[in-house]
Design a protein around this ligand. Structure first.
Ligand SMILES: [Zn+2]
Length: 301
C-alpha cells in the first residue's frame, strides 16, 4: 500500500509480514526507490519507470525485489555490496553452524525445485557514500551511515521535508536486531543517538506499520533502551548461574517467544553480541566448558 507523505515522497508499506520490508518512493524529475523488499506492494510503484534504487543494507527483506527494477541504477554502501554476495548474510544466518545443532533449511540450494535467489549474484552499479546527496529534481536525499544492525547500514534524510527513512532501526516491537557477524551493539546505540540529534519531523522504517509523526524522540529512546535492558537481564542471570550460550538462549532474554529455529538462532547470536561486549568491558569471562560467568558474583557482593 502506497501512502503519500508529501506530493513527491511516499511510503510503500508491505502487506507481506516480516519477511518483507517497507520502502520509500520518490516521484520527481528522477524517480527513485529506497529498498525493494515490499513484496506484492512493489507493483503499485510501477518499477519499470524507476531511475535510481538505493539499498539500505544487504538483508533479503530489504533488497529481495531488486530484480523488479531493471532500468534503475542500483546503489549501496561498499560494505553492504560485499555482504550481498554471501547467502548466509542475505538471510541473516551467518553464524548458524557455530550456534545451532541442526541444518538451516534456507541453505538448501533449491527451494520447491527452484534455484534459491540467495545463491545468485546480486549486481550493484554504484557505491553510495555516507553524506552523499542524491538529487531527484526538487527532492534531495542525504545518505546517513547508521551502523549497528549491519556494518554498512544506511538511513536516508530528506533535508527540506525533514523526513527520515530508518530502514532496520525499525522501531517495531521485535527490534532492535544485531545478530549478524558485522552487527555491533555499541554502533547501534550510537546510531540511534545520532538519529535523535537530527530531530526528524516524520519517520518511516522498514517494519513499523505507519508514518511516525509524534513522540518520535521518546520512541527512539525506548527502542534504544531495550538494548541495555536485555543486557541487564543477561548479566543479572549470570551473577547467580554461570551458563553456556545455549542455556542462556533458553531463558529468552531477547525474544519471549521462539516460534521457529530462526528466532532461537537470533536469540543466541544477539546474546553472543552482548557477551562479547561484556567480556570487552571486563564484566564477564568465558571459562572451561564454554560457560560464561560474571567477574563479580552475587555471593561476593
Ligand atoms: Zn536488516
Amino acid at each position: 500500500m502506497i501512502k503519500k507523505i508529501t506530493d513527491r515522497i511516499s511510503a510503500v508499506f508491505t502487506e507481506d509480514g516480516f519477511s518483507s520490508g517497507n520502502c520509500v518512493l520518490v516521484e520527481d524529475t528522477v524517480n527513485l526507490m529506497i529498498d525493494s523488499g515490499a513484496g506484492r506492494a512493489l507493483k503499485e510503484t510501477r518499477p519499470e519507470r524507476i531511475n535510481i534504487l538505493l539499498n539500505s543494507h544487504h538483508h533479503i527483506d530489504h533488497m529481495g525485489g531488486n530484480d523488479f527494477f531493471p532500468a534503475a541504477v542500483k546503489m549501496a554502501h561498499p560494505l553492504e555490496i560485499e555482504f550481498m554476495q554471501v547467502p548466509e548474510k542475505l538471510s541473516a544466518t551467518d553464524a548458524w553452524k557455530e550456534l545451532m545443532d541442526q541444518d538451516c533449511i534456507l541453505h538448501a540450494r533449491e527451494i520447491n525445485g527452484r534455484p534459491n535467489r540467495l545463491y545468485q549474484p546480486w549486481h550493484i552499479d554504484e557505491i553510495m557514500q555516507p553524506g552523499q546527496v542524491i538529487e531527484c529534481g526538487h527532492t534531495r536525499i542525504r545518505v546517513i551511515h547508521t551502523p549497528g544492525h549491519t556494518a554498512g547500514h544506511c538511513s536516508f534524510h530528506f533535508p527540506e521535508e525533514n523526513i527520515l527513512f530508518l530502514a532496520d532501526i525499525c522501531l517495531s516491537k521485535v527490534g532492535p536486531w544485531y545478530g549478524g557477524s558485522d552487527s555491533s551493539v555499541d554502533d547501534f546505540i550510537h546510531s540511534i543517538n545520532a538519529v535523535r540529534e537530527m530531530k526528524p519531523e516524520m519517520v518511516v522504517t522498514g517494519h513499523y506499520t505507519d508514518i511516525l509523526r509524534e513522540n518520535i524522540d521518546a520512541i527512539l529512546v525506548e527502542y534504544r533502551d531495550r538494548i541495555l535492558k536485555r543486557e541487564g537481564r543477561i548479566l543479572d542471570y549470570l551473577k547467580d548461574t554461570p551458563s553456556t550460550i545455549h542455556e542462556l538462549a533458553g531463558k529468552r532474554f531477547i525474544y519471549p517467544d521462539h516460534p521457529n529455529p530462526f528466532v532461537v538462532y537470533w536469540e543466541k547470536s544477539m546474546i553472543m553480541k552482548h557477551l562479547e561486549r561484556l567480556m570487552g568491558l571486563g564484566e564477564v569471562t568465558r571459562e572451561e566448558g564454554n560457560r560464561f560467568r560474571t567477574t563479580v558474583t552475587a555471593s561476593s557482593i
